[in-house]
Design a protein around this ligand. Structure first.
Ligand code: C2O
Length: 556
């Protein structure tokens, strides 16, 4: 087994964007952080040394972490934070996953600047199931605040209102030349005529699903979330935060400079959002402007027009549906055909009344309320003295309960307009759902219209799941089961639950540990849009969690 050793030094670094310099938290002074490249089957050993003034953890988004839940990373779920001045080494092996994953901080809003790509190539000696690309190009779509992101989160928690929108979207940390002061802060992707490049697009934005496109070039989608897909072509892709998409493009257009662009897909109604566009430039090496080897700018006498692509309208849900319904796994899918556990989980927002003795500035949500969110009417609260996994492993009582309900407390017209106000105020709790080792699980994820219907990117740690169906309205077990694809559904770690709709996922609980499932819109996590599974050990050694590493941070 090949092992890759890395050191991640968490530190404050001056980063200048949009004319202003901020003391941003970075890994090794890089923004975005280092790209990790491994082969399927390799082991990663990453020592994280915290030299910043914040607690932090790192999550390896999409890595299955078979039996190595101690390395998963979400704060107070699988570990306590790495405190300033201390360190923790994450050790895990990539097993059976190929394509694009990524890593990010899983603590407060530090992931706004602490993130990077994790490319998993086929095992040494084997090749891609498609034309071998000339090059890999990771494109991390992100969000930039003209403020300290940790303060943006704190302020929204303090006031109960929605957090401020970001000031720019970014591609590989650069806003692109449509933003002020950013003509130099534009990512350039060089290409040769006839070359095929593999774009590894990652939505690492905190709160915004994004459309992405390249002017005049066809996109051939070949994978998502480190699973291969039957290739299909499209002009535009869409990704919720957490999702990745692998796209081939070929240099088959007249040599020139073409914009690659991303902007918001906004499904929530009447909610403010950033409606700006981030760009990168696909630059032919033989373009008239640039000469061999690239360079930017205009040569005297030659006018070079930068070609802008057409992006869908902000609320173009039809394009999103057409795109997600094109996904078919490349290989025959091993979907469980029988199920042992059948959960129905509502995902949605809520509004808590402001207690009378609160000062009004603490309740700046709609009509003097505070925002909240829940799954099955339980707003998830993380412990603060233990991690859930440590509490489970050491049998520490009182940290969590295992009574997360398999269905919502009452049935209602989830996507209707007349939802009773009493359903707006969920209960708080640290409720887990217990799964026997090896159980076959189905979850219907149902969006609600409470406050606003919205496309929620729901991410499950420690697992990939098959998305066997999706649709609009209320899930109807009588007729919607006919739509289940048990042949070749896509295998993912994050599903965009359609706005005003539902998605059905299936997986086998073969990875013991504690695994959080949450909306990957960070604002919604802080409001409680999460729950966690406790998967029990099986009988054999290979069905049992590894022992915790000696340097696992303690909480107190
Ligand atoms: Cu990418 Cu729990 O996160």
């Amino acid at each position: 087994i090949k092992a890759h050793h890395h050191e991640f030094i968490i530190q404050a670094t001056k980063v200048k964007r949009l004319c202003e310099t901020h003391n941003s938290i970075t890994v090794n002074g890089m923004f975005p952080g280092p790209m990790l490249v491994v082969n399927n089957g390799d082991t990663l050993v990453v020592k994280v040394i915290n030299r910043a003034r914040y607690n932090i953890t790192i999550h390896w988004h999409g890595v299955r972490q078979m039996r190595t839940g101690w390395a998963d990373g979400p704060e107070f779920v699988t570990q306590c934070p790495i405190r300033p001045g201390s360190s923790y080494t994450y050790r895990f092996t990539i097993q059976g996953q190929e394509g694009t994953l990524w890593w990010h901080a899983h603590s407060s809003w530090l992931r706004a600047t602490v993130y990077g790509s994790l490319l998993v190539l086929p095992p040494a000696g084997s090749s891609y199931p498609f034309t071998n690309p000339h090059r890999n190009v990771p494109l991390l779509l992100g969000e930039w605040w003209d403020a300290n992101p940790v303060d943006v989160l704190r302020e929204s928690i303090r006031t109960g209102g929605a957090p401020n929108n970001s000031d720019a979207y970014t591609i590989n940390g650069q806003p692109g030349d449509l933003y002020k002061c950013s003509s130099q802060d534009t990512t350039i992707v060089p290409i040769n005529v006839g070359e095929t490049i593999l774009l590894r697009v990652i939505n690492s934005a905190l709160n915004q699903p994004l459309f992405f496109t390249v002017a005049n070039h066809k996109l051939t989608v070949v994978g998502a979330d480190a699973s291969y897909l039957k290739p299909f072509t499209t002009n535009v892709i869409v990704l919720g935060p957490g999702q990745t998409t692998d796209v081939l493009i070929t240099g088959d257009q007249p040599p020139n400079r073409y914009y690659m662009a991303a902007r918001a897909y906004q499904s929530a109604q009447n909610a403010p959002f950033g409606n700006t566009t981030t760009t990168a430039i696909l630059q032919y090496k033989s373009a008239p402007c640039c000469g061999v080897g690239g360079g930017s700018g205009t040569k005297k006498g030659i006018s070079v027009k930068l070609i802008m692509p057409i992006l869908p309208a902000y609320n173009d849900t039809n394009t999103v549906t057409r795109f997600s319904q094109s996904f078919r796994s490349l290989r025959r899918a091993e979907v469980p055909t029988e199920i042992d556990e059948n959960l129905f989980v509502t995902v949605g927002l809520g509004l808590n009344n402001c207690p009378k003795n609160f000062r009004s500035r603490r309740c700046q949500g709609p009509n003097g309320t505070r925002f909240t969110a829940s799954m099955n009417n339980i707003s998830f609260a993380l412990p603060s003295n233990y991690s859930l996994l440590q509490a489970h492993h050491h049998g520490i009582p009182g940290v969590f309960t295992t009574d997360f309900p398999a269905k919502p407390p009452v049935k209602f017209d989830y996507t209707g307009n007349n939802i009773s106000r009493s359903l707006y105020q969920p209960d708080r709790g640290t409720k887990l759902y217990k799964l026997k080792y090896g159980s076959r699980v189905q979850i219907v994820l149902q969006d609600t219209g409470i406050v606003t219907p919205e496309n929620h990117p729901i991410h499950l740690h420690g697992y990939d799941f098959y998305i066997i169906a999706e649709g609009f309205g209320n899930f109807n077990p009588k007729k919607d089961t006919a739509k289940f694809n048990l042949e070749d559904p896509p295998l993912r770690n994050t599903v965009g639950v359609p706005v005003n709709g539902w998605a059905v996922i299936r997986f086998v609980a073969d990875n013991p540990g504690v695994w959080i499932m949450h909306c990957h819109l960070d604002a919604h996590i802080s409001w409680g849009l999460a729950m966690a599974f406790l998967v029990e050990n099986g009988n054999g050694v290979l069905q049992t969690m590894e022992q915790p590493p000696a340097d696992l941070p303690v909480c107190y």
